[in-house]
Design a binder for this molecule. Structure first.
Ligand SMILES: Nc1ncnc2c1ncn2[C@@H]1O[C@H](COP(=O)(O)OP(=O)(O)OP(=O)(O)O)[C@@H](O)[C@H]1O
Ligand SMILES: [Mg+2]
Length: 258
């Protein structure tokens, strides 16, 4: 369902960015020949430290960035040649995309439903289900800029799922959520996986990756340095828990910035 082949993404850096990063290189390789595939009914996690390249990889899959090299298909559609078909098949959630602050969750949900070509009664049924599940009804008519971080995150999640897509790509979905709300989100992701969808998430929270994901790809300095189920990763690294496994891989693969 998602097939990434040798994805490399290089960002060009401006003089200002070079100064800020204290580097002489005018580019940054954020993803370095990453290949992975994930299928329906699976919950796949990208685990990696800050700046590892998780968001870059997910943005390429979601058609928001073009790969410098490599190819990605989602449900058989090429992300560069057929981005419209890819967008119809996915829900994408990232911290960088904000809902418009002057509108309400209810308005945004309806707006995105219409963008996906849905009729009013289908949108309303989806809204009742998703707003009910995530506890959004109480603040559905408030302006986004009056909501707390967690309320905004819940609204963003519900809006991203309006069209009931086959593939769910969530970049740090529990970011800013308290444990009760975070649990409702991870439970929902499991439910969608059980319904046969493909869920791909990024996280740097070990316990979340451990509990939630069927398979984990560990991303360090733009590279996928290990992949497997939790027991497979522990065997590969000769460790007893994911945090130790991660540090083993980090010692071996982390490249300090020039
Ligand atoms: N638009 C950009 N221009 C230049 N460099 C960028 C750009 N976006 C990201 N980078 C750099 O690419 C690298 C990977 O960033 P990315 O956001 O993909 O990491 P991440 O794994 O999502 O990190 P985090 O856990 O902090 O969200 C970092 O060094 C980052 O500074
Ligand atoms: Mg990120």
């Amino acid at each position: 369902m998602i097939e990434i082949k040798n994805l490399t993404k290089v960002y060009k850096l401006s003089k200002k960015q070079m100064q800020e990063r204290k580097t002489k290189n005018n580019f940054k390789k954020a993803a370095d020949s990453v290949s992975l595939s994930a299928n329906k009914g699976e919950l796949y996690g990208l685990l990696g430290p800050n700046g590892a390249g998780k968001t870059t990889i997910l943005r390429c899959v979601a058609t928001l960035l073009q790969p410098t090299e490599g190819e990605i298909t989602v449900c058989g559609f090429d992300t560069v040649k057929e981005p419209e078909n890819v967008r119809k098949s996915i829900a994408f959630l990232t911290n960088e995309i904000k809902l418009d602050p002057q509108f309400s969750p209810k308005f945004m949900f309806h707006f995105f439903g219409k963008l996906h070509g849905m009729d009013d009664s289908t949108i309303n049924k989806r809204r009742e289900m998703l707003f009910g599940y995530f506890g959004i009804n109480d603040f559905q008519d408030k302006k986004i800029n009056e909501l707390s971080t967690g309320m905004k995150q819940k609204a963003s999640i519900a809006v991203s799922l309006v069209h009931d897509p086959e593939v769910i790509i969530f970049d740090e979905p529990t970011n800013g959520l308290d444990i009760v709300t975070a649990r409702s989100v991870t439970d929902y992701l499991k439910k969608m996986k059980e319904e046969g969808k493909l869920v791909i998430v990024s996280t740097h929270i070990m316990s979340e990756a451990e509990k939630l994901c069927d398979r984990i790809g560990i991303i360090i300095s733009g590279q996928k340095v290990a992949e497997g189920t939790l027991p497979e990763l522990l065997t590969q690294t000769g460790t007893n828990d994911l945090e130790d496994a991660f540090f083993e891989l980090y010692k071996e693969h982390n490249v300090e910035e020039a």
